[in-house]
Design a protein around this ligand. Structure first.
Ligand SMILES: *Cc1c(COP(=O)(O)O)cnc(C)c1O
Length: 377
């Protein structure tokens, strides 16, 4: 069997162990310590825009905390794109609230601003003004932020930005994750940088950050004994894990460049293949980290479908994956309201995520290209 080529494997810098050892030496191995402070500080310097970062054990918990901090509770509704990973929507259910799903638009595959506004107006007519909007930047591609932030402002609904896949992406030069009241980052094993597992809540005031730290460490009041007046959570990142993050921050820019080179590689491979579109920035306002390179196959023109390409890759021990299956088609969210047409559904039917790792070798790329050429010949 040939060596496996993964979709998006972890890519360590080699310096992570140094920071982990430092935590061990100082015996700071829990939820306080230099690695946490320095990791948060380096994220803040990277994101700019008065970011106050609270590192957590996952992006899923970061989304949950952001909803809690916005007061989302039972009977509330939260608007979110249908075309995303399930972790964008699950925390809404954790709050006992209902997700309202919005279709994608064709340029960025992200939440359609037109469908978003229609949904908000319709929910208001039904007496249910959404409590929050979660926008997602899928595969690193920034959403249409001018339009979406304008709608959030117009209806005075707070914006949460799920930038789990978009660390290093910018829209009009501004870092993804810094547009909303809260931004979300993920350091899961398959993301552009990893801490093995972890996430962050990006805030814009010391008050919000302090509250996030408080809620993520069991909401302990200031007293010598254990005193509690709020429901808390055990969501804080450990100082060991944050050491991995420090090592990864040293190479974040390299990782973004390498992922963007993978995108360029696919643009080049597919330039002569008709009926295949490589997912790319619609204008220069958008700068994607190209966390995952993705293609859409027009079967009528290409005479091939994405499932057969996936199987052709698999036969050569190469991992690829269909695009996200929309949430409004998931059994678990069958009853949730949905606004839009079939854009996300068509993306799911015809799209494929390609091997996108920042640590692929020239030999790996040759293998990938060979399969593609053979498949479409
Ligand atoms: C990965 C991901 C998450 C969840 O991240 P975790 O850190 O694994 O909890 C949330 N939203 C999106 C869009 C993601 O891709």
């Amino acid at each position: 069997m040939k060596k496996k080529i993964w979709l998006s494997p972890p890519h360590l810098s080699g310096n992570e162990l140094y920071f982990i050892e430092d935590a061990f030496e100082k015996n700071w191995i829990t939820s306080l310590g230099n690695n946490i402070n320095e990791f948060e500080y380096s994220l803040q310097s990277f994101l700019k825009n008065d970011s106050e970062v609270c590192v957590l054990n996952s992006a899923t918990s970061a989304i949950h905390l952001s909803l809690i901090m916005l007061g989302v509770t039972r009977e509330d509704e939260v608007v979110t794109p249908s075309f995303s990973f399930v972790a964008s929507a699950n925390p809404i259910a954790y709050c006992g609230a209902t997700p309202v799903f919005i279709d994608s638009e064709k340029d960025t595959w992200n939440m359609c601003p037109i469908a978003l506004e229609q949904a908000i107006q319709d929910r208001i007519t039904k007496g249910k003004k959404p409590k929050a909007i979660i926008v997602v930047h899928l595969y690193g591609m920034p959403a249409k932020m001018d339009e979406i932030t304008a709608i959030a402002k117009k209806y005075k609904i707070p914006l949460i930005e799920d930038a789990a896949e978009a660390l290093g992406s910018t829209y009009k030069g501004k870092a993804c994750g810094t547009f909303g009241r809260f931004g979300i980052l993920s350091f899961n094993g398959n993301k552009i940088i990893t801490t093995s597992g972890g996430g962050a809540l990006v805030c814009h005031s010391q008050e919000d950050k302090d509250k996030a730290v408080f809620l993520s460490t069991q909401a302990r009041d200031n007293a010598p004994h254990y005193q509690h007046s709020h429901i808390g959570y055990n969501y804080r990142m450990s100082n060991i894990v944050a050491g991995i993050g420090r090592g990864q921050m040293e190479v974040l820019n390299d990782r973004v460049n390498a992922r963007r080179k993978m995108h360029d590689f696919y643009v080049d491979v597919f330039k002569d293949i008709e009926g295949v579109n490589v997912f790319s920035e619609p204008t220069e306002d958008y700068y994607s980290n190209h966390w995952l390179s993705a293609i859409v196959i027009d079967e009528k023109i290409a005479g091939k479908n994405r499932e057969d390409l996936r199987l052709a890759f698999l036969e050569d021990n190469i991992e690829s994956r269909p695009l996200w299956k929309p949430m409004h088609l998931q059994p678990v969210f069958a009853d949730a309201p949905y606004y839009g047409t079939d854009i996300s559904e068509k993306l799911f039917d015809n799209g494929l995520c390609m091997p996108s790792g920042s640590n692929l070798s020239d030999a790996d790329r040759e293998r990938i290209e060979k399969i593609i050429r053979k498949f479409f010949s």
